[in-house]
Design a protein around this ligand. Structure first.
Ligand code: SAH
Length: 260
């Protein structure tokens, strides 16, 4: 008979950056963790809920450092759980939106470990909500599409002209994660299916004290990012739900801030 596994694992979404956007479940999980594995987009402020005795391991790649290989993170999680630890894997935003959370759950389950997943607010949603824009304002959109701007190694990445056609025909708000380094390519592709003057917002560090954003039109997306010096982590949002924000920004020089 197999010996029962003593430890456990919780995969936790730490939200977009503002530590007050953590869920109560996330706070409870962080507080009860004995080992925390922390991704690079997680705001360190959320770690103040951790026990002083917890072991905290940063596995991110910001600041030019190399990221910890995924296989190593998986091994670390599995061995810590087998040793009886409560491992909390902290990920930026929601663990299941472009966060490799799905892969981690599969690997843990294959090792016989059950995982609890705690939602976080995904950055794409937080980016627009923070600007007072509804992703699904019924006058302008009947859906939302979450896309990655980043192609998997060996893959082509999204077919932007097709994405644009669907968004245009179906009135869908488009949220692009990890898109800044390929913005020229994305812009060119989207222009094949969406009008040049489609409204766009780019939001860097959404919900953080250093949040910056700009509004523009699709034909000026790449130049706006470049001229405003807006880079990763950034959400590119495209669609008519942004039109009233663009109009407001034109009229007023006041910066629109996210909730404090
Ligand atoms: N699981 C995360 C996404 C991870 S992929 C989530 O749900 O938000 C990493 C990408 O997310 C970044 O390249 C950027 O596009 C976006 N991102 C994460 N945090 C962000 C933030 N605070 N502001 C803007 N974009 C952010």
């Amino acid at each position: 008979m197999n010996t029962p596994i003593k430890g456990r694992c919780t995969l936790v979404g730490a939200g977009p950056g503002d530590p007050e956007l953590l869920t109560l479940k996330a706070v409870k999980a962080i507080a009860s963790a004995t080992v925390l594995l922390v991704d690079d987009l997680v705001n360190d402020a959320v770690l103040e809920h951790a026990s002083p005795k917890a072991r905290i391991v940063h596995v991110g790649k910001r600041g030019g450092c190399k990221s910890t290989p995924q296989a190593f993170i998986d091994k670390l999680m599995i061995s810590a759980v087998l040793e009886g630890e409560h491992v909390v894997r902290l990920k930026g935003g929601d663990p299941f939106i472009f966060g490799r959370g799905g892969e981690e759950v599969e690997n843990l389950r294959q090792a016989g470990i059950d995982v609890v997943v705690v939602n976080g607010i995904t950055s794409g949603q937080a980016a627009l909500t923070g600007l007072g824009v509804s992703l699904t304002h019924r006058d302008h959109a009947q859906g939302v599409l979450f896309m990655t701007g980043h192609a998997q190694p060996g893959a082509q990445g999204p077919d932007w002209p097709s994405v644009a056609q669907v968004c245009h025909q179906q009135r869908i708000t488009l949220l692009i994660y990890m898109g800044t380094s390929r913005s020229a390519h994305i812009q060119a592709g989207l222009l094949q299916g969406l009008p040049a003057k489609t409204s766009v917002a780019v939001v860097q560090n959404a919900s953080r004290h250093d949040q910056r954003y700009a509004v523009t039109t699709l034909d000026a997306l790449h130049n706006t990012l470049h001229n405003e010096g807006i880079g990763s982590p950034c959400i590119i949002a495209v669609g008519d739900v942004l039109t009233s924000l663009c109009a407001l920004k034109e009229k007023s020089s006041l910066p629109l801030r996210c909730a404090a």
